[in-house]
Design a protein around this ligand. Structure first.
Ligand SMILES: NC(=O)C1=CN([C@@H]2O[C@H](COP(=O)(O)OP(=O)(O)OC[C@H]3O[C@@H](n4cnc5c(N)ncnc54)[C@H](O)[C@@H]3O)[C@@H](O)[C@H]2O)C=CC1
Ligand SMILES: O=C(O)[C@@H]1CCC=N1
Length: 274
């Protein structure tokens, strides 16, 4: 990764998280170019990360081996129109982080015969704790595949899917997933306030508990179900809370929520393909 030139086009929340994670891992700042539309946001990026910034997307493509497309799915076609000529000239590896957007659609927008790796990262990439799903189109060489994997591994877990249709599932589980856990922390904090804690204490306890549980699930030899059982004393307090979650249909609610997110990914793909 050290010598690879990276361009992040439309470096907002998601790309900014990857950039921060890469820099923390020692990727040289002079090898990262980021673009955004507003000059003000560009200077924010420059002062935050000391990377090269530009408002010229095509010029950033010309100077890079890997181009990460970080705009919203609805803005992607316009961006592709802007960079198509340069992409066809220099043929960099294209990495998309957009939800829904199929690699085939993206390749078509870029003029065809383009190596595209479709990814679905998440914002904890900023801390090197990201989780990314990746899918490579048929134009991606083995070396480029290795490059995309190294890029995403530098900011966390990177897993390939063989069937592109699974990318909507990855989006629904881990792309959107941090928001589900943030919501759980907010809800636990509010519930803690309800039983008498101050906002500050409830917030700290909720966050530290989420962190501890995630670390245990990740590092322990036991799976989450066994770890849950080990907290739940028969006839004790946890059992009462878990019964309440079960009566409220929490597992079914998760199933529905993740299905709704996956459906939205497919809807986006269909809308964008037209
Ligand atoms: N936010 C998240 O947690 C995740 C987002 N994604 C994907 O990442 C993409 C971006 O999402 P966010 O980072 O949340 O959005 P964002 O709005 O924070 O960032 C996008 C940036 O692109 C800029 N932009 C738009 N058109 C441009 C152009 N032609 N040239 C240069 N800059 C341009 C916008 O001004 C904005 O600053 C989306 O496609 C989304 O599906 C994927 C995984 C997680
Ligand atoms: O909400 C979204 O559409 C994007 C994709 C995954 C996370 N944020």
């Amino acid at each position: 990764m050290q010598a690879v030139k990276l361009a992040f086009l439309g470096a907002g929340n998601m790309s900014g998280s990857i950039i921060g994670g890469l820099i923390a891992k020692g990727v040289p700042t002079e090898n990262i170019i980021a673009t955004r539309r507003s000059e003000e946001r560009l200077s924010e990026l420059k002062s935050q990360f000391s990377i090269i910034t530009s408002s010229d997307n095509s010029d950033a493509v010309a100077k890079s081996d890997v181009v990460i497309l970080g705009v919203k799915p609805q803005m992607m076609q316009e961006l592709c129109n802007e960079i198509r000529e340069q992409v066809q000239k220099s043929k960099p590896l294209i990495v998309s982080v957009a939800a829904g957007l199929k690699s085939e659609t993206l390749e078509r927008w870029l003029g065809g015969d383009v190596a595209v790796v479709r990814t679905m990262p998440n914002t904890p990439s900023l801390l090197g704790c990201g989780a990314t799903g990746l899918y490579a189109n048929s134009k991606v060489t083995g070396i480029q595949q290795g490059l995309a994997e190294k890029l995403m591994q530098a900011v966390g877990l990177a897993l390939w899917v063989e069937d592109e249709a699974q990318m909507d599932a990855v989006t629904a589980v881990s792309g959107s997933g941090p928001a589900y856990f943030f919501l759980a922390m907010e809800a636990l904090q509010k519930a803690g306030e309800n039983v008498g804690l101050s906002t500050e204490v409830a917030e700290k306890l909720a966050i530290q508990t989420a962190l501890g549980a995630a670390r245990m699930a990740s590092e322990s030899e036991y799976d989450a179900a066994e770890l849950r059982r080990r907290v739940t004393s028969p006839g004790g307090t946890t059992e009462q809370a878990l019964n309440t979650f079960n009566e409220g249909g929490l597992t079914e609610l998760y199933r529905k929520a993740v299905q709704a997110a996956a459906n939205r990914g497919q809807e986006l793909a269909d809308q964008l393909d037209n």
